[in-house]
Design a protein around this ligand. Structure first.
Ligand SMILES: Nc1nc2c(ncn2[C@@H]2O[C@H](COP(=O)(O)OP(=O)(O)OP(=O)(O)O)[C@@H](O)[C@H]2O)c(=O)[nH]1
Ligand SMILES: [Mg+2]
Length: 275
């Protein structure tokens, strides 16, 4: 693993002006969209933002694109995995590097729209939530109409995950998961590939923290356009729901009480940073 620049950014203590938002962007063979994804994130309505791009051993020229153009913006940090390790491994690397007050995952294929960030961050900024999921199935903005059975599988996986975690989510598999940064330090993640989504959900549920959902738009792509997820990922997801969900449920913490004044103070701090 290699951080291209700048080395000093690895030490959060040396950065007094901590960004409001760290966007962790896992990228594997996303040559067609990587630059526009970076541009769209940098244009999102958040004043203080950093992007941690984790190139997961791409072989299609994505790595070369990460050495020029918008990737040279000082708000972008690039980390390279020597070989392909999977989305989960890329997220672990990115979470470790993130220094922002809040952290959100943004896939590099632009199926999710950074203009939804403001909506996604609102419950965190207002101090009402510790984690926010952007749901494709909660009646949000525009959605490209695509594969029926894919959406059935997604909703079914969410239902099974909910049965184990006792959270009433509508979209467990969503990429748009936003967290208070400190919370990520409390979660030890193990899955290397797409099993990371049910694993994160189970471990968030175990913490007993405040989870919110907001509706988002979704611009799905076709397999011809680069969609990669398949049936074997759905089977792995079921395995992970049980593997991580059952012990998490048994060890679940009660929801911690938070005084309103502490939440209000942190909301006041953060609100100034997001337009
Ligand atoms: N498929 C895949 N994606 C990876 C990998 N490592 C990082 N990623 C990135 O993880 C994000 C999600 O991958 P996608 O293949 O788009 O998965 P998805 O959005 O859940 O599913 P579809 O887009 O529907 O296939 C993208 O930004 C990928 O570039 C990997 O090993 N395989
Ligand atoms: Mg995708």
């Amino acid at each position: 693993m290699l951080a291209i620049r700048p080395a000093s950014w690895h030490e959060p203590e040396t950065m007094p002006d901590r960004p409001t938002l760290s966007v962790v962007m896992p990228a594997y063979n996303e040559r067609a969209t990587i630059h526009s994804a970076l541009r769209r994130v940098l244009d999102a309505p958040v004043d203080s933002i950093e992007i941690v791009v984790v190139d997961d051993g791409s072989t299609d020229g994505t790595r070369e694109l990460l050495t020029r153009g918008v990737a040279l913006d000082p708000r972008v940090r690039v980390i390279l995995h020597d070989k392909n390790r999977g989305k989960g491994a890329a997220l672990r690397t990115g979470f470790h590097e993130a220094r922002g007050r809040f952290v959100v995952v943004q896939d590099a294929d632009l199926e999710y729209d950074p203009s939804d960030f403001a909506q996604l961050l609102e419950p965190l900024i207002e101090g009402r939530a510790d984690v926010v999921y952007g749901s494709r199935f909660a009646g949000g903005g525009a959605h490209r109409v695509l594969y029926y059975w894919h959406s059935v599988a997604n909703q079914w996986l969410t239902t099974v995950s909910n049965m184990v975690t006792d959270l009433n989510l509508t979209d467990m598999e969503t990429c748009y998961k936003a967290f208070r940064r400190e919370l990520l330090d409390e979660i030890h993640l193990e899955e290397d590939r797409f099993g990371i989504e049910p694993e994160i959900t189970a471990k968030v549920a175990q913490l007993g923290v405040r989870v919110y959902e907001v509706p988002i738009s979704y611009h799905g792509r076709t397999y011809a356009e680069g969609k990669k997820i398949g049936l074997k990922d759905a089977f792995r997801a079921i395995y992970c729901i049980v593997r991580y969900g059952v012990p998490a449920r048994a060890a679940r913490r009660p929801v911690p009480w938070r005084p309103d004044d502490a939440s209000a103070a942190s909301a006041e701090d953060s609100r100034a940073d997001v337009s």
